[in-house]
Write a protein that binds this ligand. Structure first.
Ligand code: ATP
Ligand code: MG
Length: 459
């Protein structure tokens, strides 16, 4: 598709939506986009401020996305225009696409395979996902159904694009949706960076291995005769200082020891800490997003200008989204399940697991279950065990005590009843909160009901 054709197409779409044709500035932004220029370059070419050009771009993507009913942005604009053109060129083609996408959708909706849906690490990006030479997103999972998370996306976007935070942590209990949220975020903001890199640390690479991997990527992507002229590769931080980069490190809990408090580096992994310190303190335009069950324990010490490192501890989806997940699994009498799903606190993985079990037994199952039953399918127990296996001895003791109490317990009561020293007790509570395994409300500590049921059953 030529540049003129793409512009004509965009003009038609914008006109249909707004009743107005593209103005000169909008045309300039679209032309620049089609020529793969960055906003900054477009702004320089046309003597506008970068923020003005970004604003014009954002408004255009919104209009075009709404009109086409799909997420259109700077990186997929051309392919969206091409798709739209081919759909409009043939009614027959339109029908075929509509039918096939309906079928695919139905198949996915009824797929009960929770284990597959929760194995992003092995999944590769969709082969048609556009990747430019400066985006290494092969390890980023494909985005499936996505509900809500508007506030969380706004928070992360503000931290990254407006406040220019260098280091951010996204934590939360297993299956709560951290990776999925980050994938959505990357789709939304990736055009603001020269380099976007996604890595899972599931294989626990040492810092030297991790650095070598990323440096290799940078050196391959750098134009000839620049940095490589030095012959010797530079430390990773230099590349991050040279270009605005977004680096996502998923599954960072694999850098931390089992049997210790949350976020303590495994022996030999402290070099990551020095790297995170550099990221935080030095001057650059890059951002490192750390994702995992726990944040590094030393993160609190890494604050600059009196502001702590921003940490988003992710909680569950709202009840409407939880119901959508059940619907996706073919359940229809959703109201009946409201009391039960309440226990799963909007954890999408747990909901998928339970939905699969309900689906197998039929929706009449609810009439047979005693009130307040909490279902714990085996795959759900397996995931909970993975996280529980990492607890320290004192964490296990305090958790057991809280499970037995069956009601929120105050700090004063805990100090009275446990043998643990006050200092140890406070550290333990902090660590359990960081892992999202206990909840704290006004100095009262409790264990969420699914976890409580799990610990009672597995005792
Ligand atoms: N906003 C959402 N809407 C719909 N489904 C979601 C959403 N977020 C997550 N899911 C689904 O929930 C499951 C778990 O999500 P995800 O893998 O992102 O969780 P996680 O917190 O990264 O888990 P882990 O701790 O194991 O890494 C996946 O099947 C995912 O598709
Ligand atoms: Mg994950």
């Amino acid at each position: 598709m030529s540049l003129e054709e793409a512009l004509k197409m965009a003009d038609k779409i914008v006109f249909e939506k707004t009743g107005q044709h593209l103005d000169d500035l909008q045309k300039a932004v679209l032309q620049g986009t089609l020529k793969r220029k960055r906003y900054r370059q477009i702004a320089e070419d046309f003597d506008y401020s970068e923020s003005c050009i970004r604003g014009v771009g954002a408004e255009l993507w919104k209009i075009i996305s709404e009109e086409l009913g799909e997420d259109v942005n700077k990186s997929n604009f051309r392919s969206a225009m091409e798709r739209w053109q081919s759909l409009n060129n043939s009614n027959f083609a339109q029908e075929v696409v509509a039918i096939s996408s309906f079928n695919i959708c139905e198949k996915e909706r009824h797929s009960p395979d929770i284990s597959n849906s929760h194995q992003p690490k092995q999944q590769k990006s969709h082969p048609t996902q556009p990747t430019t030479p400066h985006q290494d997103l092969d390890e980023m999972p494909e985005l499936g159904d996505f509900y809500n998370r508007t506030t969380e996306l706004e928070t992360l976007t503000t931290w990254i694009l407006q406040q220019h935070c260098h280091l951010i942590a996204l934590t939360g209990i297993i299956g709560i949706g951290k990776t999925t949220l980050a994938v959505k975020l990357v789709h939304q903001i990736k055009d603001n960076f020269d380099y976007v890199i996604w890595r899972s640390l599931e294989t626990s690479p040492t810092f030297a291995e991790f650095q070598a991997d990323l440096v290799q990527f940078f050196s391959q992507s750098e134009p000839q005769n620049s940095l490589e002229n030095t012959q010797k590769s530079l430390p990773l931080i230099k590349y991050l200082q040279k270009h605005p980069c977004l680096v996502i490190l998923d599954d960072i809990h694999h850098l931390f020891s089992s049997g210790e408090f949350a976020g303590k580096y495994k022996p030999g992994y402290e070099e990551y800490d020095s790297f995170f310190k550099q990221i935080e303190k030095l001057s650059h335009e890059s951002c490192l997003l750390l994702i995992g069950w726990e944040e590094p324990i030393k993160l609190a010490q890494l604050k600059s200008k009196k502001t702590p490192i921003p940490i988003l501890q992710l909680t569950g989806l709202d009840i409407t989204s939880a119901k959508e997940i059940l619907r996706d699994y073919g359940l229809t009498e959703i109201e009946k399940w409201e009391r039960l799903i309440h226990h799963y606190q909007g954890n999408p993985l747990w909901l998928k697991s339970v939905a699969t079990q309900i689906q197998e037994f039929g929706e009449n199952l609810i009439e047979l279950l005693p009130d307040n039953t909490i279902l714990l399918p085996e795959d759900l127990k397996d995931t909970l065990q993975q996280q529980s296996d990492r607890l320290s001895k004192t964490e296990k003791q305090i958790l057991k005590l809280l499970v037995m109490k069956n009601q929120p317990v105050s700090l004063a009561q805990l100090l009275e009843t446990t043998q643990t020293s006050p200092s140890d007790l406070l550290n333990t509570l902090q660590s359990l909160c960081r892992r999202s395994l206990i909840e704290k409300q006004e100095n009262l500590y409790s264990v969420p009901s699914v976890l409580r049921e799990y610990y009672i059953e597995s005792d």
